[in-house]
Design a protein around this ligand. Structure first.
Ligand SMILES: [Zn+2]
Length: 502
């Protein structure tokens, strides 16, 4: 199914520094649809009214609007007023202005005009823009500005979308990310790395120059997301189910690594993945396996090409691996040389040679041979299609089985030390357990609806789907019918079990 390209939304953000070189970041509320639970800088989308904010000493009209946007967002989100003479206002006055802004009583431009305040562009250093990667259903083109926090103002979580607003030393932020204590939005991670490097390297270029250069070199594009020091998520364009447009390929480990779901059949996408894999192999890092999580067509297609590429370019022999049931289903389509089972462990290494285990979990239900992978030390679970960051999971009999699926969810939910998860589609999730609990609750709620529809006379899966999934896109009704069938199957199965027990 062809997807419409997502329009880029103009936005601005601030890299706010205190006088000790710490930078302000905050955790986005875990319930937000876009990057909930991820750490980010204050910022947001450009508004029409930003054009009316008085900005002096700026020769570039476009930049002026983005500076205004960044200043307004910083005030809205963390209560810091980045204007000249802003310190003449007391904390109480600033709070009351904040209230005027949030309640919509006054626009930001009106507030500044009323208090005779203005923004001076010389206080802001433009450090380039970054765009949200293509897989995201919402995409921003965000301009970043480096700015000093006025010494008398203390940032705080001024809106419910943010929590844990704090200044942090950039190297400390990077350490937290490396150890998988936080998820950091990709442009923020890139900026933090530059800030941290700059502190250490004592370079001739200023940090702002380095930030701008990085953005320009990459043309603001982010091709993959480093979830921590061990896991790279590389979304690849695939023919998958809407609203998803991509399948997440994962590279886990560095000095010793595996590639999971080299899923794209598109040559440019395959080439993009190859160049990342090449960059690892060229450092003598070892690829142990190319893994296919399960039989669905949006999860394979690039593995044989990658295997051939590594053979021809580096004379390496890397096996394609999957569960035996997947191998059986894909016989003739994908050649699989290595079988992986539940509890199999890959001994991997990060870029510094730190060893860790990636444990295989056989979690059927969505597909009979579906494999999930767990890094227990970091509490990071790769769920495959069991739980996804965007869209919903289809349980389609006979390959899918609702009862077994719920058992797999239960098993994943109870993994020791579980904290984060990332599925095959959409962004990583910071509250893995909560997310899986939501999935279970959703399925049980559906089950109740299916049972009710059945009791009120809908007998076939089609009739039930039409009653339960009201207003569904007709394209998806076929899948809903399959889901209804899966629920019916589970209910009948359980009734049978109950009858037998009597
Ligand atoms: Zn699937």
């Amino acid at each position: 199914m062809n997807q419409k390209p997502v329009n880029l939304i103009d936005a601005a953000a601030v890299i706010l520094l205190d006088n000790t070189g710490k930078v302000l970041w905050a955790r986005r509320n875990p319930h937000l649809a876009f990057l909930g639970g991820w750490h980010a800088f204050p910022g947001g989308k450009l508004e029409t009214s930003d054009a009316h904010v008085k900005v002096v000493n700026c020769a570039d009209a476009e930049l002026e609007r983005f500076i205004a946007c960044a200043v307004r967002e910083a005030f809205e989100e963390v209560g810091v007023l980045l204007v000249r003479n802003g310190d003449k206002l007391t904390r109480g006055q600033r709070a009351s202005l904040h209230d005027d802004l949030i309640s919509g009583r006054m626009t930001f431009a009106e507030i500044l005009a009323h208090w005779n305040l203005h923004v001076d562009a010389r206080d802001f250093v433009y450090t380039g823009f970054w765009t949200t990667p293509q897989f995201s259903p919402v995409r921003f083109k965000t301009r970043f500005f480096l700015v000093a926090c006025p010494p008398k103002q203390q940032p705080y979580a001024a809106i419910s979308e943010l929590e844990n607003v704090e200044f942090i030393r950039p190297p400390e932020a990077i350490e937290k990310w490396k150890r998988s204590e936080v998820l950091i939005s990709p442009p923020v991670l890139l900026s933090l790395k530059t800030l941290a490097d700059n502190l250490i390297a004592n370079e001739s270029k200023t940090v702002a120059e380095n930030l701008l250069e990085n953005s320009q070199t990459a043309d603001g594009q982010i091709r993959y997301i480093e979830l921590n020091s061990r896991v790279i998520c590389f979304p690849l364009k695939t023919e998958t189910l809407p609203p998803a447009t991509h399948t997440n390929c994962f590279i886990v480990g560095r000095k010793k690594f595996v590639v999971i779901d080299a899923a794209s059949k598109d040559e440019p996408e395959q080439n993009a993945l190859h160049s990342l894999v090449d960059s690892l192999v060229e450092k003598n890092f070892v690829c142990l396996a190319i893994i296919t999580t399960h039989l669905h067509q949006d999860h394979f297609g690039g593995e044989a090409v990658l295997q051939t590429h590594l053979r021809e370019k580096f004379n390496l022999e890397v096996p394609v691996a999957a569960h035996k049931l997947t191998a059986e289903s894909l016989a003739g389509a994908v050649s699989i040389q290595k079988f992986i089972e539940d509890a199999d462990v890959f001994n991997l290494e990060d870029a510094d040679g730190g060893k860790f285990d990636l444990k295989t979990l056989h979690t059927p239900g969505h597909a009979r041979g579906l494999l999930a992978f767990y890094d227990e030390e970091f509490g990071f679970l790769l769920t495959g299609d069991n739980v996804v960051g965007s869209g919903s999971v289809v349980i389609a009999p006979p390959e899918g089985n609702m009862k077994i699926y719920l058992e797999s969810l239960e098993r994943m939910k109870n993994l020791p030390n579980l904290r984060f998860l990332c599925g095959s589609h959409g962004a990583a999730v910071s509250d893995a357990k909560g997310k899986i609990e939501d999935y279970v609750a959703h399925r049980l709620e559906r089950e109740k609806q299916v049972l009710e529809a059945f009791q009120y006379g809908a007998k076939t899966a089609r009739e039930i789907a039409e009653k339960v999934y009201v207003g569904l896109n007709p394209e998806l009704l076929k899948l809903a019918e399959k889901s209804a069938e899966a629920h019916l199957e589970k209910l009948q199965d359980e009734k049978l079990t109950a009858d037998e027990r009597r």
